[in-house]
Design a binder for this molecule. Structure first.
Ligand SMILES: O=C(O)CCC(=O)C(=O)O
Ligand SMILES: [Fe+2]
Length: 272
């Protein structure tokens, strides 16, 4: 059955900050992409180590990039993005998220916008502009497209529209320092580490796990609270990229420049 975008996708994405287009990617394309990833992974792990969490698909690893480019042009997907986001939205492929092979691993709970909102120049008009942009569902989106069944990503619904964190969110995210002291991976077994990762992940108030099958395609807003919690005993190869309009790309680059200038001024004033 061909995928059809519904009002529920649009509502869920606007309200919760994510939605999943179920079974939108054809099996032939998944098979082609799996073949390329499986051939590249031994070289990737040789180069970056066995716990590596992501890599950029590249001819360096002998990969044929055509199926990945075809995904970005897939008519059903392009139509769905246009209906949900805007006529100008296009997909850009960034990298592939992969499972570690020695032991489990989880990222910290984070907002990808942390490097923006923590800058000294992020005040006044710039902070207001940002607060306004995050209210609009068409801005600041990412996609995850799994080639194997994938339950690694968790998200806090609604957090994408907030500039402030609740005390519970801050406590749950900051528990990372206590739960993962230096060298913990040498002191606990793999199964114990998996439990610690899981408890840290599931302890975030309101967090939901995105279960996805090959063929599914998630669009989510990565300035909302999210995490990747990975196990080492099942394959993960999840394409990661952005749906973005030219207008957003231009705004983003312009915003970063203005923020850098404001931060430089704030730092100069503080040290004067
Ligand atoms: O693994 C995921 O799905 C999310 C990863 C992530 O959020 C990150 O690396 O910034
Ligand atoms: Fe992230």
């Amino acid at each position: 059955m061909a995928f059809k975008l519904t009002d529920e996708h649009i509502t869920q994405h606007a309200r919760d900050g994510f939605t999943v287009f179920r079974q939108i990617v054809p099996t032939s394309l998944i098979a082609d992409m799996r073949r390329e990833v499986e051939a590249a992974l031994p070289q990737v792990r040789e180069k970056f180590g066995p716990q590596r969490q992501r890599f950029s698909a590249s001819e360096e690893f002998g990969m044929n990039l055509k199926p990945f480019n075809d995904l970005n042009e897939l008519p059903g997907l392009v139509d769905a993005a246009r209906q949900m986001l805007s006529d100008d939205h296009r997909f850009t492929f960034s990298c592939i998220l992969v499972n570690p092979v020695i032991r489990p691993y989880c990222t910290q709970w984070h907002r990808d916008s942390g490097h923006i909102t923590s800058q000294p120049g992020f005040t006044g008009e710039l902070a207001e502009e940002w607060a306004n942009r995050i209210l609009w569902p068409q801005y600041i989106n990412q996609y995850n497209c799994p080639l194997y069944a994938d339950g690694a990503t968790w998200f806090v619904p609604g957090s994408q529209c907030r500039m402030t964190d609740t005390p519970g969110e801050i406590a749950a995210a900051n528990a990372h320092a206590d739960l993962f002291p230096e060298g913990i991976e040498n002191r606990v077994t793999g199964v114990e580490l998996e439990r610690i990762d899981y408890n840290y992940t599931a302890n975030m108030p309101g967090a939901v796990q995105l279960f996805m099958e090959p063929g599914d395609f998630a669009v989510y807003r990565p300035h909302g609270w999210h995490i990747g919690n990975y196990v080492h005993y099942t394959n993960r190869a999840t394409l990661h990229g952005w749906p973005r309009s030219d207008e957003e790309a231009q705004w983003n680059s312009d915003f970063q420049k203005r923020l850098a200038a404001a931060s430089e001024m704030a730092t100069a004033t503080a040290t004067a």
